[in-house]
Every structure is written in C-alpha cells, then in structure tokens.
Design a protein around this ligand. Structure first.
Ligand SMILES: [Fe+2]
Length: 272
C-alpha cells in the first residue's frame, strides 16, 4: 500500500515503504522542476527514480536537507499581467498609401508643422492640429476599419466587459527625423492605444514600455540579465514596417532616439 503523505512515510519508515516515499515525492513535485538545478552531489543520482541510501530525505519534506536538495511542490501564477497586442498589417499597398499621405500632411499642415516646431518635436506630427484624418483621406479610413477589428480582438483578450466595441477616438501621424524621440508618457482618457509602423528604417528609434507598477516598487531588486520580458521593468520593441502594437492606455511608453538617417513614419491612435 502506498502511504499518502511524506510525514506518514517518515513515521512509518522501513525499507519496504521507500518506494512509497518516492511515489509521494514524484506526485508532489512538478515535472518541470524535477530536472532543475538541484544540489548536484546529492540529486544528480537521485533522479527521483531511485533513492537507495538517502537517509536525510527521510527527515521529511520540511527539513533543511530537503530544501537544500529538492524543489518543494509549488506553483506561481501571474497576477495583473500587462498585455501587449502585436499584429502585422501585411498590406504593402495600404502602407505605401499611408506613407504618401503622411508626407503630404507634413508638407501641407502648417498648423501641425508650427506645433511640432514650438514643442521641440523633431519632425512633424498631426497630433495637435488634425482630428479628422479618416474622413479626410481614404487610406486612413481603410486603416481605421482595420484598427477597430484589432481593438475588438484585444478587448476580448483583456476580458473587457463593454456594452459595445471600443470606439476609435483619435488618430494622428508621426514623421520623426533622424535623432527624433518622444519622452515617456501615457494616453489619458482612453482605454486602448497603439501605433502602426509605416516606414521604419534600420536603426530607427524603438519604443520602450515601462512596468506600470514601477513607481511603487521602492525596494524591488534589479532583474537578472536573462529575465524574460514579463519580469522586466522595461521592455523595448524595435518595430518593423507593417507592425501594429496595441496596449492599455495607462501603459507608459517612450520612443527612444535612433541613429537612422531616413524618416520614421508611424500612426498612433486611441480607443475610448
Ligand atoms: Fe504614445
């Protein structure tokens, strides 16, 4: 008969029930952890298959020896994850039309050019000057339809409980010249925000996202160099043409300065 707990094994230890202990340990240890970096002198031969002479283990699963040589049965789970939606708009014709429209606006929109100059924006943005691009230009109208579909998918992934699909609230273009950047910011009064990258020359500025909990992490240690994205305080994405990124609007982000000589064209938007 197989004992039901390690303590039971400890209390009733005998060579005959050693296999029972092994069975309990294997059932209580996640398989992915069983081959982890345990103390090699003891555990490499241990293998959780045969424990011929491991007297210390018989002290039970809470003993110092146990924690020094095994990982206890445990799990972790992610709470409050920050989701980044990524898609490719593999429509070369649409991207070419959008690039043409952005450059045309950069020439014609004198109010936007003035605002960009006055606010130190290295290039041109229609952010403060034009709020009707989808009505003004069919290329933006086509893009708006696509964005609404992507935003609806993302809202579903986020488990948003909405009476209607997210509504495209604003859309503007960005033409960044060499060395241009955009300091850290959020998009207030919106639920989803994002950017479509239209033209991205090599070594153009990347977008960097910041852990929204950073301000309250007063004593959090730095993360290892090999930490995965979801454990980092900052995550940088080097965009590519046609790439669409969506995130929740509270997520702080910035455009880092690039070294590309050519213009970096993108279209940003908010959903409410
Ligand atoms: Fe932004």
């Amino acid at each position: 008969m197989v004992p039901k707990s390690a303590n039971e094994i400890f209390l009733s230890y005998s060579p005959a029930n050693m296999l029972g202990f092994i069975d309990v340990f294997r059932r209580h240890s996640p398989p992915s952890l069983s081959s982890g970096p345990l103390a090699k002198d003891h555990t490499q031969d241990h293998g959780l298959k045969t424990v011929p002479h491991c007297q210390p283990c018989l002290l039970g699963t809470q003993s110092r020896h146990f924690f020094a040589t095994h990982r206890p049965a445990m799990t972790t789970r992610a709470l409050f994850p920050t989701l980044l939606y990524e898609a490719d708009l593999a429509d070369e014709a649409l991207l070419a039309d959008l690039a043409h429209s952005i450059r045309t606006l950069a020439l014609d929109d004198t109010a936007g050019r003035r605002w960009s100059r006055d606010h130190g924006y290295k290039g041109y943005t229609s952010y403060a000057s034009l709020d009707d691009l989808p009505r003004r230009d069919p290329a933006f109208a086509d893009l708006a339809k696509l964005l609404v579909k992507h935003a609806a998918i993302f809202a579903t992934d986020l488990a948003f409980d909405l009476a209607a699909k997210p509504k495209l609230d604003s859309l503007w273009v960005n033409l960044l010249k060499s060395g241009g950047q955009h300091s850290g910011h959020i998009h207030p009064h919106s639920i989803l925000s994002g950017t479509l990258y239209v033209e991205v020359p090599a070594n153009a500025g990347a977008i960097r996202f910041e852990d929204p909990r950073l301000a309250s992490q007063m004593a959090a240690p730095a993360r290892r160099a090999d930490a995965p994205d979801d454990r980092r305080a900052f995550v940088t994405v080097a965009p590519r043409p046609g790439q669409l990124l969506l995130w929740e609007s509270y997520l702080r982000h910035e455009v880092l300065p690039g070294t590309a000589k050519a213009e970096r064209l993108s279209i940003s938007f908010n959903f409410a």
